[in-house]
Design a protein around this ligand. Structure first.
Ligand code: PLP
Length: 402
């Protein structure tokens, strides 16, 4: 997946020759920001996490932000805050990282999937509408739907939001790929068409805190709930306590929470990285446009994006037109990797995971996701990818496809 693509120990290849699909960029300014926190009074629960939260909230135009130790934790907190529990249903797209679905299972809810749109590879609004219509008749409507902005291209939120009003479900946007993106005129994270939006700061994502995530919302009740559950379900605010405080030492656990907190060290890295977000996004777009051009004559489909949106461009995903090439999907991957181009596949449909087998999903229910899985390939894309390396990616692909 996801994760710093490991360079195998003992590999004969020199590190220089290998091009990963994604890579973090750490500058002297980042090092200095982290160093300052390490030498300060607080490594965690100091002033830097709240500063990172308020800067991010201001940047995307959301009222509240709650930082955590991963997007996975933030997805869990979001589900809990929305009251997801045993007996509930949560729907998401199968073409996502497993965390988008697992968060519902942590709460004891059941997960179901909605097939993807053949052009954007995001959750299909038409399939969602059909499935909701059938679910209402069967009395099995979802409590929450989790659209994922795959590759950074925003899912079509406005019609999904309209459906949420009609059928009464809540929306969590998994925007792990879309930090710095825009849906129509509005930054991803503003929650204009959702209850909560989640960002990831894993090193392969747009900006990093090492591990880290954030939940954004405009709802003060959801924000309070997530902040409390993020830190053991404990409050120090007398207004939230049952009865009166015993004394100045007093705190109360008012709910069963977790320790999902981000540290100040991580937040310092995040704040420093945030300074370069616009630069990173612009660079990703330049490289993507270059790929579009370089791949023009090849038997591949380059990524579609809605001209009204601005993608976060976390991933550059192509579809191989396998009817025009003599090798199979797997052989092409193997040849690319053997040449040091660490292409990847985002993602294996979640319903195919062995841990989901007991739920009895049928691959026939998700024809677009199946087709996608048989053709998709993620090419390297990260701010420090050089033009030369990009050309090498394309020329290796060209020779492999011939
Ligand atoms: C990376 C990712 C996550 C999980 O992020 P972590 O910060 O690693 O927990 C969730 N959803 C999607 C779509 C992701 O790509």
């Amino acid at each position: 997946m996801n994760g710093s693509t490991p360079i195998e120990a003992g590999s004969e290849r020199s590190e220089r020759a290998v091009i990963p699909y994604g890579r973090q960029d750490i500058t002297e300014a980042d090092l200095e920001a982290v160093r300052r926190v390490l030498l300060s009074d607080f490594l965690t629960q100091g002033p830097v996490v709240p500063e990172f939260e308020s800067r991010m909230a201001a940047l995307v135009g959301a009222r509240f932000a709650v930082a955590s130790n991963s997007a996975t934790s933030s997805l869990h907190l979001a589900c809990l805050a929305l009251g997801v529990s045993r007996g509930d249903l949560v729907w998401t797209t199968p073409i996502t990282f497993v965390a988008s679905a697992n968060c519902a299972r942590y709460c004891g809810a059941e997960v179901d999937f909605v097939d993807i749109d053949k052009r954007s590879y995001n959750i299909s609004v038409a399939s969602l509408e059909q499935k909701l219509f059938a679910a209402e008749k069967a009395g099995r409507l979802p409590k929450v739907v989790i659209p994922v902005h795959l590759a950074g291209h925003p899912a079509d939120m406005e019609p999904i939001w309209r459906l949420s009003r009609q059928y009464g479900f809540a929306i969590i946007e998994d925007a792990s790929h879309a930090v710095g993106g825009r849906y129509r005129e509005t930054p991803v994270g503003s929650c204009q068409y959702s209850d909560i939006t989640i960002f990831s700061f894993h090193p392969v994502k747009i900006i990093t805190t090492g591990e880290g995530g954030m939940a954004l919302t405009n709802d003060p009740v959801l924000a309070r709930k997530m902040a409390q559950l993020n830190s053991h379900g404990i409050t120090r605010d007398p207004a939230e306590m049952i009865g009166t405080p015993d004394g100045p030492w007093y705190y109360q656990q008012v709910d069963l929470g977790y320790n999902y907190r981000m540290t100040d060290v991580q937040a310092a890295l995040g704040l420093s990285q945030l300074e370069r977000l616009a630069e990173y996004s612009a660079r990703r777009h330049v490289l993507a446009a270059r790929y579009d051009e370089l791949l023009k004559a090849m038997p591949v489909t380059t990524p579609w994006r809605d001209p009204r949106d601005y993608s976060g461009f976390h991933l550059y995903i192509i579809r191989l037109n396998l009817s025009l090439v003599k090798h199979g999907h797997r052989e092409i991957f193997e040849a690319m990797r053997a040449a040091g181009i660490l292409v990847n596949l985002h993602y294996i449909p979640v319903y195919r995971q062995p841990d989901y087998a007991s739920f009895g999903f049928e691959t026939d229910s998700f024809p677009e996701s199946e087709c996608y899985y048989s053709e998709a390939m993620t090419l390297p894309l990260f701010p420090k990818l050089s033009e030369d390396d990009q050309e090498r990616v394309v020329s290796v692909l060209q020779s492999v496809l011939q």
